[in-house]
Design a protein around this ligand. Structure first.
Ligand code: NAD
Length: 447
């Protein structure tokens, strides 16, 4: 089938490349001419496992092209996926819908009869209905459907090719049929397909993100209590997670969530519920947000305590800049927020990340960066482990002990294996866990 994918960021680039790979003819559209030029020559604007190969194949096959023109898009296809950003408004917590509105307004005068606009951006419930009224006012008969995106950065291609579920919110049988045909290859291998109304589809996305954020903040709240009580939140997390009704995923105590989705989606959901008169129902989301933000402060406070009450003049190595492993995205990265905060308190900070150094440098030119872990850690008084890249679990603690000034590490992600660090002479602290002295016996481990 023919389709356009409008907005070629994380979601749009991956969606466009995957749709072309499963056999559709796709035109990717963006207002960023530089991005479109790079994509046309097969260069992805983001780093995602498997994306470069997929993009090269799709562009090479002729099934994927790019343009900056919505008029060309409307002439090319009758199905248009909208993947533009919906950031937090600068004047409040609600979502800024100006980019979504601009796409619909820009398409409207060019649309052919019977067009289908399919939103993938994360939007407040009621957006599809509002956009439908806006389109109708222009005399267009186009339908607006919503098909929220659930991909996770770091495994975006895999998530798009083999999603755990597809959700579409439609107002007609025709829109349902078009989307079933587009996603045919996924449906044929048994991917669950939930076809519902647009409002429910819009809500599924924000409800899912709210649930996951709540799970993360729940375990971080438990970690705060564990710290106060001298208990071990990582054992607690594993023990409660062993209950299959609870499950152990997204139950790792630590620095909390960040990125371009959870923080703004949770706030936008609470703001929209308030507008609808249902604010009381999701008042807990404000607490989820507060707990999450507090973990960044707790990490900085703990770093200061570990260095005797002041960060002034101390050298701190930061492991991790991306908001999560597997991605070079640094938008609202907890790691960079902590790095910047400890520097503001007088420390000299050197940041390492396996993938995100370029983006980190652009977002925080004030910080110093190192391409290798030992370089970041040279003469450090304290190492902060802030993004749980698998690479960091493979560090040789004995070799790293030789380059630092003091073998002191704060594992703010609770993901390093404490024993080898301790045996190599490090003092390892973690959020929500009793600290481990060098070569201390492992206390509290599950057996
Ligand atoms: P992004 O910022 O990476 O990309 C947005 C793109 O849209 C940019 O390339 C921008 O130039 C383009 N754009 C803006 N206005 C445009 C216009 N009028 N016409 C054409 N292009 C335009 O955003 P993203 O991370 O891909 O997120 C897109 C949406 O998907 C958001 O609503 C987000 O919440 C949601 N989402 C994101 C993820 C994720 O992991 N990033 C996952 C699920 C859902």
């Amino acid at each position: 089938m023919r389709m356009t994918v409008i907005g070629t960021g994380y979601v749009g680039t991956v969606h466009a490349a995957c749709m072309a790979d499963i056999g559709h003819e796709v035109l990717g559209i963006d207002i960023d001419a530089e991005r479109i030029a790079a994509l046309s020559s097969g260069r992805a604007p983001i780093r995602e496992a498997g994306l470069d190969e997929l993009l090269a194949r799709a562009v090479g096959s002729g099934r994927l092209r790019f343009s900056t023109s919505l008029a060309e898009g409307a002439a090319f296809a009758r199905t248009h996926f909208v993947c533009v950003g919906t950031p937090q408004r600068t004047d409040g917590e609600a979502a800024d819908l100006r980019y979504v509105d601009a796409v619909v307004d820009g398409l409207a005068p060019h649309l052919s009869q019977g067009s289908l606009i399919v939103g993938k951006s994360t939007v407040p419930v009621g957006t599809a209905a509002r956009l439908g009224r806006r389109l109708a006012a222009t005399g267009s008969d186009a339908e607006i459907a919503w098909n929220p995106e659930f991909l996770r950065e770091g495994c975006a291609v895999g998530d798009t090719m083999r999603p755990e579920r597809l959700v579409v919110g439609v107002s007609s049988r025709r829109a349902d049929a078009v989307l079933r045909e587009i996603y045919g290859p996924m449906l044929r291998v048994g991917v669950p397909f939930f076809s519902t109304d647009p409002a429910t589809a819009e809500l599924v996305k924000v409800a899912a993100n709210s649930f996951l954020a709540t799970k993360i903040s729940f375990i971080n709240a438990m970690a705060e209590v564990c710290d106060a009580a001298g208990a071990d939140a990582s054992v607690l997390a594993r023990a409660i997670g062993a209950d299959t009704r609870i499950g152990d995923r997204f139950l790792e105590p630590g620095l909390g969530y960040g990125g371009s989705c959870f923080p703004k989606d949770i706030r936008a959901f609470a703001a929209r519920a308030e507008e609808l008169g249902a604010g009381e129902a999701v008042v807990f989301l404000h607490e989820v947000d507060r707990i999450n933000t507090r973990q960044r402060r707790r990490t900085v406070d703990r770093a200061r305590q570990l260095l005797g009450g002041s960060l002034t003049g101390r050298r701190i190595a930061v492991l991790g800049a991306a908001f999560k492993p597997g991605s070079d995205d640094v938008r609202d990265s907890p790691a960079l927020a902590v790095a910047a905060a400890v520097q503001r308190q007088g420390a000299t900070v050197r940041v390492h990340d396996p993938e995100a150094l370029d983006n980190a440098r652009t977002a925080h030119p004030d910080l110093t960066y190192a391409p290798y872990v030992p370089l970041a850690c040279e003469d450090a008084d304290l190492v902060l482990h802030l993004t749980p890249w698998p690479e960091y679990r493979k560090i040789d603690p004995a070799a790293l002990a030789a380059v630092v000034r003091d073998p002191l590490i704060l594992d703010a992600r609770n993901s390093l294996d404490a024993e080898p660090w301790s045996l190599a002479g490090w003092t390892l602290h973690a959020l929500g866990r009793p600290w481990l002295a060098p070569s201390a016996a492992l206390a509290g481990g599950a057996s």
